[in-house]
Design a protein around this ligand. Structure first.
Ligand SMILES: NC(=O)C1=CN([C@@H]2O[C@H](COP(=O)(O)OP(=O)(O)OC[C@H]3O[C@@H](n4cnc5c(N)ncnc54)[C@H](OP(=O)(O)O)[C@@H]3O)[C@@H](O)[C@H]2O)C=CC1
Ligand SMILES: O=C1CO[C@H](CO)[C@@H](O)[C@@H]1O
Length: 274
């Protein structure tokens, strides 16, 4: 398994498993399959309403806790110093864990201007050892700049929408410059058009790989952390088998050039509370 070293020295698998839109019972099943296949990093959030289901799969797997890397996130309506502390306790209770490996602010929700005090609550959880690392999600450069200026602990990751139709070149360069890993959400564009793209399927046939494997490999070679989601066992396995081939520089740039700056999700400056 490929591990990356975050800016606080903690190691994180570069490939993880996402569980958005997976209900509790199904989450238990999907996470169990993922763990059997070899995934050790799971990405959930309070708003996915499946922390219990994820926690059940973790316990039932009997995999030692230190081998797992669990991420969850504080939702928009729980932002603010006190609310975040409470939301964290509720999340780890649902997960049945003593600590999480990574705790993220889900969206900056800039209109409410609470992400600094929310981040300060994350810093305290970090100092207390309740979380091994802290970070953000859907933060744009201006939001990151404030965190870097006004807070003490550097975020280890910025989890953002990223795929060949939204390559996020500028934001990625900013994160790289500040030693913040980019973690791609919807890395497969939610199973959308990118998987039908002729250039990608052609590259896939050269390597005897599927379009999904090519796209995930492109993320990996871009030094990005990825968390593809699937509830389909063959796809869960397919998405894991991306470490036995390599894209050439030319293939990488063909995929880079598919960018059309098109989002599947919300614009972080427009996302308030949903
Ligand atoms: N921080 C944030 O704001 C956000 C974070 N996330 C996180 O990122 C994770 C991944 O993003 P997500 O939006 O789920 O989208 P993904 O890009 O991971 O795509 C998931 C979709 O693609 C399908 N799929 C998966 N693998 C394959 C494959 N090999 N071939 C064809 N189709 C495939 C899945 O179908 P099926 O399941 O039916 O197999 C599902 O419909 C989430 O689960 C969540 O953990 C997501 C959104 C926002
Ligand atoms: O991670 C995510 C998926 O769920 C949320 C909505 O319910 C999104 O807003 C969010 O970005």
């Amino acid at each position: 398994m490929n591990l990356v070293t975050l800016n606080n020295g903690i190691k994180m698998p570069q490939l993880g498993f996402g569980v958005f839109k997976v209900e509790n019972e199904q989450a238990t099943q999907a996470v169990a399959t993922a763990l059997e296949v070899g995934y050790r990093s799971i990405d959930t959030a309070m708003i996915y309403r499946n922390e219990e289901g994820v926690g059940k799969a973790l316990r039932e797997s009997q995999i030692p806790r230190e081998e797992l890397f669990i991420t969850t996130k504080v939702w928009n309506t729980d932002q603010g110093y006190k609310n975040t502390k409470r939301a964290f306790e509720e999340s780890i209770k649902r997960l049945g864990l003593e600590y999480v490996d990574l705790y993220l602010i889900h969206w900056p929700t800039p209109r409410f201007d609470t992400y600094i005090e929310t981040y300060q609550a994350l810093e305290e959880l970090y100092y207390e050892g309740r979380v091994k690392a802290i970070g953000v999600s859907n933060f744009e450069i201006a939001h990151l700049e404030r965190i870097l200026q006004e807070c003490k602990v550097k975020p280890v990751v910025n989890q953002i929408e990223c795929h060949p139709h939204l390559t996020q070149k500028k934001l990625k360069a900013f994160c790289a410059q500040h030693d913040i890993f980019v973690e791609a959400w919807s890395p497969l564009e939610q199973g959308g058009e990118v998987l039908q793209d002729d250039a990608i399927t052609k590259i896939g046939s050269t390597h005897n790989k599927t379009a999904a494997q090519v796209v995930l490999r492109w993320h990996i070679q871009n030094n990005t952390i990825v968390i593809p989601k699937s509830i389909t066992p063959v796809r869960i396995e397919e998405n894991f088998n991306i470490f036995n081939f390599e894209l050439s520089d030319e293939e990488m740039s063909i995929i880079d050039n598919l960018n059309i700056d098109r989002r599947k999700g919300s614009d972080p400056n427009e996302m308030h509370v949903k």
